[in-house]
Design a protein around this ligand. Structure first.
Ligand code: PMV
Length: 344
């Protein structure tokens, strides 16, 4: 009744921002990401009939109550229901990258938890089933089940290359149809991702709250959602062709459209600080000067910068020269979630 798993975070090149349904955690549109090797979450799960409630230890600290424990417990309920067990679990999870680095530790966290918890419960799920399950914990976690370049489906419309539009499904059916799949392995393209940490604090508007507020109050939300499918198609082609300039154009456009929709909410959601904006300008200037580089930003002020492997040092120097950058983390295309040695 015990298993451990490892998963990497991922960064969306075409963003996920908005939910068709909060209870099933169904995305309002698809997304496309790169799984990041070099950074990982390790999670150990042990079901134990002697426990009176689920226990969580996160980065060596016991989490006795609150949202994080509740989210994990609700997720474990899905696993228990599926396995037909009632035992509570001890969950120990560790990130080898700083939390609050804007790295969506929920993506690697719920991907590792989905794999470790199902194994510990005696289930043997396919990667697709794991992706569907991980999505219930965090939308982006569905993508971290797979390595390399990954496309996420919204459960309503087919994947980008499928021409036929599917009729609207029930939420239950859509839930089973919303999963990620790999479109190119990590070895396909040696892109590097440098993460410029511009603030140490936790974000003040979480992704779910930000998405729901955008959906309810931003006049730009519909247009944002309508822009996603064409962007996924462009990004998927750019990945297949290893066309850096094309990927740069669509990734920056998707990032800025996502943030524009959030900025248009009421009250407006602005995740950026002054250094975030400095970095946007610095990246664009460097690109105009011939350096292959583009930025993307998630629900926080950190800036993720992508470049081909041979431009890594120049990109690092660019970020290091920007005032306000506190730390630079480096990542490369990584593999999907996998079982690992028990570390406890
Ligand atoms: O998976 P969540 O609920 O943490 O949402 C992720 C949202 C973004 O990171 C902003 C975009 C994305 O696609 O990862």
């Amino acid at each position: 009744m015990k298993a451990s798993a490892l998963a990497h975070p991922n960064i969306a090149l075409v963003k996920y921002w908005g939910k068709r349904d909060v209870a099933y955690n169904l995305p309002g549109a698809g997304s496309l990401s790169l799984t990041l090797g070099g950074l990982a979450t390790r999670t150990c799960v042990e079901f134990d009939a002697a426990l009176d409630q689920d226990r969580l230890q996160l980065d060596k600290e016991d989490v006795a109550r609150g949202d994080k424990l509740e989210r994990v417990s609700q997720f474990l309920d899905l696993v228990r229901a599926r396995a037909g067990i009632t035992a509570r679990a001890r969950v120990i999870t560790e990130n080898d990258f700083p939390t609050g680095a804007g790295l969506a530790s929920s993506a690697s966290g719920f991907a590792a938890l989905a794999l470790a918890a199902t194994k510990a419960a005696g289930l043997d799920l396919s990667p697709r089933e794991l992706s569907i399950l991980a999505r219930r914990g965090s939308g982006s976690a569905a993508r971290s089940i797979f390595g390399g370049f990954v496309e996420m489906n919204d459960g309503i419309f087919p994947f980008s290359e499928d021409a036929k539009r599917v009729e609207t499904k029930s939420l239950e059916e859509a839930s089973q149809a919303a999963f990620a799949r790999p479109i190119a392995p990590a070895s396909h393209w040696d892109l590097r991702c440098l993460i410029a940490v511009t603030s140490a604090g936790e974000k003040d508007v979480g992704s779910t709250e930000g998405m729901v507020r955008t959906q309810k109050t931003s006049p730009y939300y519909r247009q944002w959602i309508a822009s996603v499918a064409p962007d996924i198609e462009r990004a998927a082609h750019a990945v297949q062709a290893r066309d850096f300039a094309a990927l740069a154009a669509v990734a920056e456009a998707s990032c800025l459209r996502m943030h524009a929709s959030a900025i248009g909410a009421e009250p407006g959601i602005l995740y950026w600080n002054a250094t975030t904006v400095e970095l946007i300008h610095a990246v664009r200037q460097a690109r105009a000067g011939g350096l292959p580089v583009f930025f993307t930003i998630d629900a926080g002020p950190q800036v993720k910068v992508f470049c081909p492997a041979d431009a890594r040092d120049a990109c690092h120097a660019l970020l290091a020269a920007t005032a306000g950058v506190r730390q630079i983390l480096q990542a490369h295309p990584g593999e999907g979630a996998r079982l690992c040695e028990d570390f406890r």
